[in-house]
Design a protein around this ligand. Structure first.
Ligand code: AHR
Length: 526
C-alpha cells in the first residue's frame, strides 16, 4: 500500500490488515484482502442503530404516514397501510417523534381528543403551513404499534414547561386511575403506552431555545427528574437522551457529561445525542439530490466520512467522564441534506434519493457498527418524504428509495455482534478527493450466522475482495448497484435501483467477491 493510500484509509477509519494470508492462499494482486477475526466477537450492534425519525415537516407525516380515516388510500385508523407494510419489512426498531425543531414548539394537548376540536396552529419551524394536529399522541403511538417499532419521544424543553412534560408522561404511562390516565382512557387507550426513549429537547443551542450549555444543563436536570414514567413495568427501562453535540458545537456534550458525573440520586440520563448531517458543498448551496455526476458523488462521500471524526470526538469527551460507557451515544439525526427539489416548498426539505445516498448510508452504518460499544442508537433523517428518506409518496403512490433497500440489506446486522475485520482499503481518487475505495464490516447474528457487508465506493472500477474465514464454504446474499451514481427510483420507474441475488465463491481456501462499481453487498457466510 503506498503511503497516500495508507493515510487515506487510516483517516477514514478503515482498518489496515493486521494478519497475513497463508502463502498458498494469496489472492490475485488486485484483490483486497479481508481478515475476519471470528474468534474475537465485539460489542452487540443494538437494533436501535437502525432507527428512524419522523418530524412534522413537509409531507413527512401528513401524506406520508397520515391520510385520515376517510381517505381512499388504504389505511388503518388513518395510517396508510402501504407505508406500514414497507416499514415492517425493514424491521424499524424505533421512531423519533415529533421533531426535530418542531418538538420544541409542540404542545401535546393540541393533539389529543376529538379530531374536530383540535387546535390548528402554524408550523413555524417548517414552511409556516397549518398544523391541524390530526396526527397527535394516540395516532403516533398507533403508528408505532402498527409498524412494530419502539417510541423515541422528544419533549418540549424550548417553549414548554417542566409541568407540561410531566403531564404528558403521566397521561401516557400512568397505570393507576389518575385524572390524566382517565382522560387517556376516555380518548381510547386504557393501558399505558410504552416509551423506550425520552429525548430531553432538541438542538437547544439553536431552534430549541438558543440556550447556553449551562442553561441547558439546568433545564435538562429538571426535565429528567419530573418527566417520570409512571408505569412500573417500564420505569427503570425508559432511557433519557440529553442534547449533545452537533457537528459544529462541542460544549453541550462536555457540560452534560460533567453534570452527569456529579449527579445525585434524584436524576440521571442514559444517553446523549449527536447530530451530524452530510452536506456535499455548503449549507447555503448544498448541491443537487439528483442529476449530478461523479464530482458531486465524490464530494458527498468525502463529506459523509466526517461522521467518523465526529463519533470519535464525541466518544473521547464521553470517555473522560464515563469510561465504563454507561451513557450511550445516540446519533439521533444524520443523513445527506441536499438542495430541495426544484419547485418544492423549500421548508419541506424534499429531495430525491439516489444510489449515492445508499452508499452514504452504508458508510455511516458501518461507522456506527464499528463503534457499537458506545453508539447505542441512531435515527436517519428522515423516514418519509423528507431529506434522506426511505419512502417517497405522492397521493396514493409510493416508491421505495435506494436508502430503503440498503436498510433492508442490513437487517441481519440488527442485534448481531461485531466481528472485527481488517483490510487494505485502497484508494478511489477524483481530482483532489481521495477516499478509501472499499469498506467492510462483519457480524454474527444471535442464531450464529456470520454476515458480511461489502461496499465498493469506486464508481468506475469493480473491486475484488478475498476473505479468509476458517471453514467457510460459500457466501450468498444480495448486491445493490445502478446504472449511474445518481440512479434512483421514481413513480414512473420504481424498481430502477433494487438489490439482486449475489454470491461469493470459494477459491484457494478463501471467499472471493467481485463487487461491481458503486455497489453494496450483504452476504451470509455458509
Ligand atoms: O431534520 C431537519 C432538522 O434538522 C431538524 O428539525 C433539526 O433538529 C435539525 O437541525
Amino acid at each position: 500500500m503506498i503511503a497516500r493510500q495508507r493515510i487515506a484509509a487510516l483517516a477514514a477509519g478503515f482498518a489496515i490488515a493486521a494478519g497475513s494470508f497463508p502463502a498458498a492462499a494469496q489472492p490475485s494482486a488486485a484483490a483486497t484482502r479481508i481478515v475476519v477475526q471470528t474468534d474475537k466477537p465485539g460489542a452487540t450492534i443494538e437494533r436501535d442503530i437502525f432507527g428512524q425519525f419522523a418530524e412534522h415537516l413537509g409531507t413527512g407525516i401528513y401524506g406520508g404516514v397520515w391520510v385520515g380515516k376517510d381517505s381512499p388510500i388504504s389505511n388503518v385508523r388513518g395510517i396508510r397501510s402501504d407505508v406500514v407494510q414497507a416499514l415492517r419489512a425493514i424491521r424499524v426498531p424505533n421512531v423519533r417523534w415529533p421533531g426535530g425543531c418542531f418538538a420544541d414548539g409542540y404542545h401535546w394537548r393540541d393533539g389529543i381528543g376529538p379530531a374536530a376540536q383540535r387546535k390548528h396552529r402554524l408550523n413555524a419551524s417548517w414552511g409556516n403551513v397549518i398544523e391541524p394536529n390530526s396526527f397527535g399522541t394516540h395516532e403516533f403511538f398507533d403508528f408505532a404499534e402498527q409498524v412494530g417499532a419502539d417510541v423515541f419521544l422528544s419533549v418540549n424543553v424550548g417553549s414548554g414547561t417542566v409541568q407540561e412534560a410531566a403531564d404528558w408522561l403521566e397521561y401516557l404511562t400512568a397505570d393507576k386511575p389518575t385524572s390524566l390516565a382517565q382522560e387517556r382512557a376516555a380518548n381510547g387507550r386504557g393501558k399505558p403506552y410504552k416509551i423506550k426513549y425520552l429525548g430531553l429537547g432538541n438542538e437547544n443551542w439553536a431552534c430549541g431555545g438558543g440556550m447556553s450549555n449551562d442553561h441547558y444543563v439546568e433545564m435538562m436536570k429538571q426535565f429528567a427528574i419530573y418527566s417520570r414514567n409512571l408505569d412500573p413495568a417500564q420505569a427503570k427501562t425508559m432511557k433519557r437522551v440529553a442534547v449533545g453535540w452537533d457537528s459544529n458545537k462541542d460544549d453541550y456534550t462536555e457540560s452534560v457529561l460533567k453534570a452527569w458525573k456529579a449527579r445525585n440520586w434524584a436524576w440521571t440520563i442514559e444517553g446523549v445525542s449527536l447530530h451530524g448531517y452530510t452536506i456535499p458543498n455548503s449549507w447555503e448551496k448544498k448541491g443537487p439530490s439528483v442529476n449530478f455526476g461523479e464530482d458531486e458523488y465524490a464530494k458527498g462521500l468525502r463529506a459523509t466520512l466526517k461522521m467518523k471524526e465526529w463519533v470519535a470526538k464525541q466518544s473521547a469527551i464521553m470517555d473522560r467522564y464515563d469510561p465504563e460507557k454507561a451513557v450511550g451515544l445516540y446519533v439521533d439525526e444524520w443523513g445527506i441534506w441536499a438542495d430541495p427539489n426544484p419547485g418544492s416548498n423549500p421548508g419541506f426539505l424534499q429531495q430525491q434519493n439516489t444510489l449515492r445516498d445508499a452508499v452514504i448510508a452504508s458508510l455511516n452504518l458501518n461507522i456506527f457498527m464499528r463503534n457499537a460499544d458506545r453508539v447505542k442508537g441512531t435515527n436517519i433523517a428522515q423516514m418519509i418524504n423528507v431529506l434522506q428518506a426511505m419512502i417517497l409518496t405522492d397521493g396514493p403512490k409510493m416508491v421505495l428509495t435506494p436508502t430503503y433497500h440498503l436498510y433492508h440489506l442490513y437487517v441481519p446486522f440488527q442485534g448481531a455482534k461485531v466481528v472485527p475485520v481488517s483490510f487494505e482499503a485502497g484508494t478511489y481518487t477524483l481530482g483532489d478527493i481521495s477516499l478509501p475505495r472499499v469498506d467492510a464490516v462483519a457480524a454474527r447474528d444471535p442464531t450464529g450466522k456470520l454476515w458480511l457487508a461489502l461496499t465498493n465506493v469506486d464508481p468506475n472500477r469493480p473491486a475484488k475482495l478475498a476473505a479468509a474465514i476458517a471453514a467457510a464454504r460459500g457466501a450468498t446474499g444480495r448486491v445493490m448497484t445502478g446504472v449511474a451514481v445518481d440512479a434512483h427510483n421514481d413513480f414512473a420507474a420504481p424498481n430502477a435501483v433494487a438489490p439482486k441475488p449475489y454470491s461469493g465463491r470459494l477459491a484457494g481456501g478463501q471467499l472471493q467477491f467481485d463487487l461491481p462499481p458503486k455497489s453494496v453487498a450483504v452476504v451470509q457466510v455458509h
